[in-house]
Design a protein. Structure first.
Lengths: 231, 231
DNA sequence: AAATTCAACTGGTATTACCAGATCGGCCTC
DNA sequence: GAGGCCGATCTGGTAATACCAGTTGAATTT
């Protein structure tokens, strides 16, 4: 026997099973062997095995359920969406301005990438959202939602899921804070924002990344400047 | 009793304990009650309790160990560091290129912000790291580490913790993949990278955000182009 | 052939016991 | 009396076993 087995049984099981998933030995979307057969194969107790499984489940890579077999789930962006707010919340000094900086940094090049890669479907969806946004006349809470959807569709058009995920989380946060501060709303700002959306849309339609970047950055900076300095 | 308790015992325990941590009932850095006392207080078996605890542990909010009490840990970036490779590995298109895009998008404006906000201490640290990096002659694995440290120090100089956190995670992953592909290393690339670090340093010293951005973007694009197209 | 039922899976929970690291107080030595 | 040694007893980690409860699918019944 070794001097001391530094890692616990649970940990080694977790590593082993995670590796099987990453290497594709346990393909995504497919069921893994039952707990009973696994504890035989690996020569461990069900306790240790289940603790390792519960770690995988809490990470979102396993979809378990009472009575059915456990299947490997694709760890998609939802995991990041759960984690990022947690990190942002616990990180001290996570003020609005700092989050906005990240949004600006990400979304500006994202607009450029979207201009390069947008498909016909992307363009159509963007058009719909820009029009829907332009139709909004009321001061109702719909405003931030359609605005958000337009921006997220731009992110979607980059066809980079990581960008989409990050912007999803960050934009949601930024817009939530913004709409909170614009309790009454400023009509003239809306008109400008509506025109800005169409400008961005046209740049993306023309597949002009530089113009898309410029328009997006101007739009974001303007809306940010509207929000009265938040703490 | 309710018709059916939809959530499992483990899940409700997890929620309960996570809430205790978030509300501060179980303060960060402090030990939580022992498993035996918890299973008495909550009226559950040790199995369910331990599975919930293992979920907390896998999220990084609990620091458990053999023989000592479990203490509440602050969720730091390490959680993201563990998750991101997983997402990239399992996401079908979550390739190196997509992660690099995010790094480029974030680090370029970060260099600009660093130029505006760097303190004297930031500058000194950057200088040390650039020099240390320049001294590296061997092909040893030190190369990526000092390179990473320089870049992270640039992020640090933005004094935006969210940028620091995100770049910490993303750069780590990008550089890990890069160093993996540069098995032999290309000396001429090193020289260029060393000069690039000094160029960035000088721009930050001069507090010239535009130049810092340009230099950083050029540096990143060059090193990325070196990595032989990684699927 | 279609609907129904039931038996054999599956994962979820509970009980009990023991192992091993960590701790701290009392004891022994100096 | 002060300091180091040591073990009783805390802690979490692992194990074996049993049973509960959804799920499933094949055999049975209509």
């Amino acid at each position: 026997m070794l001097a001391t087995m530094r890692v616990t049984t649970t940990q080694s099981l977790f590593d082993e099973m995670l590796q099987r998933i990453q290497t594709g030995a346990w393909p995504v979307g497919q069921a893994i062997p039952s707990e009973r057969s696994l504890m035989q194969e690996m020569g461990v107790s069900r306790i240790a095995l289940r603790e390792a499984l519960s770690m995988l489940r809490s990470l979102g890579v396993l979809d378990t359920g009472h009575g059915r077999k456990s299947v490997v789930r694709r760890v998609s962006t939802e995991l990041l969406e759960r984690i990022l707010p947690l990190v942002c919340a616990l990180e001290p000094g996570g003020s609005y301005g700092q989050v906005f900086e990240v949004r600006l940094a990400l979304e500006t090049p994202a607009a450029g990438l979207a201009a390069l890669r947008r498909t016909g479907a992307d363009l159509q969806r963007l058009e719909e959202l820009a029009n829907e946004y332009a139709r909004q006349e009321t001061v109702a809470g719909h405003y931030p939602r359609t605005d958000l959807e337009f921006h997220l569709q731009v992110a979607q058009a980059t066809h980079n899921p990581l960008i989409t995920t990050l912007l999803n989380v960050i934009s949601r946060y930024v817009i939530a804070v913004q709409s909170h501060s614009w309790n009454s709303g400023i009509p003239v700002a809306w008109d400008r924002a509506k025109r800005a959306h169409f400008s961005i849309l046209e740049a993306i339609r023309a597949q002009d990344p530089d113009r898309a970047r410029v328009e997006m950055e101007a739009h974001l900076r303007y809306t940010a400047a509207l929000a009265p300095a938040i703490k």
